[in-house]
Structures are given as C-alpha cells and as structure tokens.
Design a binder for this molecule. Structure first.
Ligand code: GAL
Length: 423
C-alpha cells in the first residue's frame, strides 16, 4: 500500500515535470493551416511565409490544407463542415469584417487580445481594421494584409495599338470603348465565374451610387428596390454584354491573364491580380501591366483583409499561437505582401521600401491612406453569409435574364430576410 502511494506520488512528480518541460519547450508537432491559396499567384506568398516560419520553428511540421477556388468559394464550405464536426484546423483564413464577426466570432474563435498586448499590436494595426475583427472588446484574428477590390487592369501598349483609352465613365465604356474593341475582335472586359461577377458588380455599384449610396446598401439607408439600384443593374447588364462568353467556366486567373496576353482590354479584379502578374507571370508594373480605378470610383478604396485566427479546439494551439505571432509581425508582412499583391496591415512594416514594394504598392498605399474606405461584398467585409450566398445566385440569374427590376426586388427581399433582420 505504502509502495503504491509512493509510486503514485512519483508518477505525479514525473507528470508535472513533463508538463513543465512541454510548456517551456519550443513548439513542435503539426500545424495545420487552412486557406484558399493554392496556386496561380495565391500560393507563393503563403509558401514564403511557411518557409520562414519553418526556419524559426524547425520542429513544427506545417500541414498546408489549402482548398482551391478563388475567393474561398470551395474552401469556406469545407471549413464550415469541419467546424460543425468539431474538427477545426489549427488556424484558418477568414475575411475581416462581416465574415469574421458574423460567421465565426465568439462561437468559433478564441479572443486574441493577449497576443495584441504582448506584441504591442494595438498601436501597430490601423484602428479601423481592428474594428472589423473586434466584437464586444474581443479581437478574433490577425490580419495578414489589406487588399483592394476596385482596380481595373490593362496593358498600356495594347490600348495604344487598339486605339482606345481608359474610359472615364461607364457611359463612355458602354457606348464607345466596348463597341470599338468588339469590332476589333478584342474582349472589352474579361470576367470569370460567379464570385468574380459579384466582384465586378460591387465596383459598378460604387461607381453608380457613390460612397453614401453604396454604404447605404449595408445599413438599410439605400433601398435595394430604388431606381438608383435599378440603374446599377442596368449599367452592370450592359457591361456584362462586353465580357467574354466563357466567363462562367473560368476562375479569376485566366480572366486576368486575358489582359496580360492581349485577348482582353480590361479586367476588374482585386490586387491579388498584381501578385499574379508580378510573381507568376513576371510582368513589370507600369509597362507590362497598368492599373486605374473602375469608372466612378476614383478616391474610394473598396477594402478587404485576409486574416487568420485561432479556432476553439485547435488541436495544436501552441503552434497556432506561434504562427499568429509570426504572421502579425512586420517581418512576416514584408515577406508575404510583396508576393501576394497586398499592402501590409501592420503599420510598422517597411512599405516605404520601394525595392520591396514597387510602383503598384506605392500607388495603392497612397490611396489606402488618403481615400475614403468602403467594404467589399464579394470578399465579405460586408454582407457575408446568407446575404452573399443569395446575392451570388441572383447575379447568376441576372446574367441569364438581364432583368434589373426583378433583380432589385429579389435583392430587397433578400436584404430584409438577412442583413435587415439583424438590425
Ligand atoms: C479573396 C482573398 C484574396 C485572394 C482572392 C482570390 O477573397 O481575400 O486573398 O485570395 O480572394 O482568391
């Protein structure tokens, strides 16, 4: 009996020594990262991050569980079923704003305020961005970047050859630029599958409605069935008639590539396209490709941000914390963003270094710090979840029937049932 008790005490001692050692030890074991960055400009930035992280934590085995499909169209569904099944990855990509707060938030995520305090991040990340990942005082993720949605890409030499200029208004694009290009056998504006059409739509909506009208779509002050929104759809429908026929069959990279290879004149895509042009296609900014704001959106920056968080029940929590600490650092942000095509979210990163951040980034940074900022629908800064799902269906239907009145009536109903019901 005495022996047994002694054995028990010794076992306890051994166990507690082991757990102290385990806590103090360098992170080791797996770290499963979940995202939708799988290639064609998406993956290179993530791979560069993983490479540096693995140098810092050689005992951690990073499992990259990225699921293909631009804007996370497939990844988000896979993630949702894993979370429902209680099988979260250690850390996953999610958009700041509506997605992080309304879809994941307190129910799914651990608050990360402690990381912000330990690393001095409260002073290093922009307040407006922190607001997008904070609910009830709890901060739920770490931003990797700032992306811009309203960018229109083109190749200056091609426009010159085709005798067209960058249109200043949609009216000019629809009545002059588009027919001239179509006549020459060039696709005036390339676009891809459903989510890229929503992406195009949001730039058109901002251009037609202006900042106040666009913001009003999300707070109820712009009626979805108003004549102004009918005008958005009318304009959007005419623009859609200037796009490629195979749009539903392609993701964003082939659509952006059409501009680079000279089969299309313009493409409206977020600045991950810059990452694709620079990193994958090795094009020179300013000459091989150039950018402007889609008509009517100058002075406004439609923003979104990719963030990573710590899901409740992460199997390798300590490793996830090491990853998040790294991800938020200026070092990681300077590794990732020049490759990804985005701006660093951490303001102590080296954005002024023009060797690292070329002419595109300098221009985007100038706009980010001086423009009016609004949120992206296609990338879940606003309207994530049921609204965006329903709206994507509506956009597909609209592509088939071009019925603006019906589209706005459906949208109004959708708003009432989803976002409006939350007010
Ligand atoms: C966005 C995401 C970007 C980029 C893009 C295309 O939603 O924020 O980082 O990956 O999708 O897939």
């Amino acid at each position: 009996m005495k022996f047994l008790r002694l054995f028990g005490v010794m076992l306890l001692l051994v166990l507690s020594v082991t757990s102290v050692t385990a806590q103090d030890a360098e992170p080791s074991g797996d770290l499963e990262l979940f995202s939708w960055w799988t290639g064609g400009g998406e993956a290179a930035g993530l791979e560069a991050l993983i490479e540096r992280f693995t140098e810092l934590y050689p005992d951690v085995n990073v499992v990259n569980s990225a699921v293909a499909g631009g804007s996370g169209v497939n990844a988000r569904a896979v993630l949702a079923s894993r979370l429902d099944a209680g099988e979260p990855p250690d850390s996953f990509q999610a958009h700041a704003g509506s997605a992080m707060i309304n879809i994941y938030g307190a129910a799914r995520m651990e608050p990360l305020n402690f990381l912000y305090e330990e690393n001095g991040w409260m002073e290093q990340f922009p307040e407006g961005l922190l607001d997008l990942i904070t609910d009830d005082g709890n901060i739920y993720s770490v931003p990797a970047n700032i992306h811009r949605s309203n960018v229109m890409w083109y190749v200056p030499g091609n426009l010159e050859e085709w005798g067209v200029t960058v249109p200043e208004t949609w009216e000019e694009f629809i009545s002059e630029t588009c027919p001239a290009l179509q006549e020459a056998g060039i696709v005036p504006l390339s676009v891809g599958q459903s989510w890229t059409q929503v992406h195009l739509w949001e730039s058109v909506a901002l251009g037609v409605l202006g900042v106040e009208g666009y913001n009003g779509l999300w707070d109820g002050s712009t009626a979805w069935d108003s004549p102004e929104v009918v005008e958005v759809f009318d304009t959007y429908g005419q623009i859609l008639d200037c796009t490629n026929d195979d749009r539903d069959a392609i993701d964003w990279q082939p659509a952006s590539q059409m501009v680079a290879e000279g089969t299309a004149a313009f493409n409206i895509m977020g600045d991950w396209a810059a990452g694709y042009f620079l990193t994958d296609l090795e094009l020179e900014p300013g000459t091989d490709f150039a950018w402007t704001t889609p008509p009517g959106t100058e002075g406004v920056f439609i923003m979104l941000s990719d963030t990573f968080g710590l899901p409740i029940g992460a199997p390798h929590r300590e490793n996830a914390i090491a990853w998040l600490t790294f991800l938020g650092s200026a070092e990681a942000q300077d590794i990732f963003n020049p490759i990804k095509g985005s701006l660093p979210a951490n303001t102590t990163a080296d954005i002024e270094n023009t060797e690292l951040y070329n002419a595109y980034f300098q221009d985007a940074y100038e706009d980010w710090t001086t423009n009016e900022i609004v949120g992206s629908l296609a990338h879940e800064t606003v309207g994530a979840g049921e609204f965006l799902n329903g709206f994507s269906e509506l956009i597909a239907q609209f592509a088939a029937d071009h019925d603006s009145e019906t589209a706005t009536l459906f949208a109004a109903e959708l708003y009432e049932d989803t976002l409006g019901a939350e007010d």
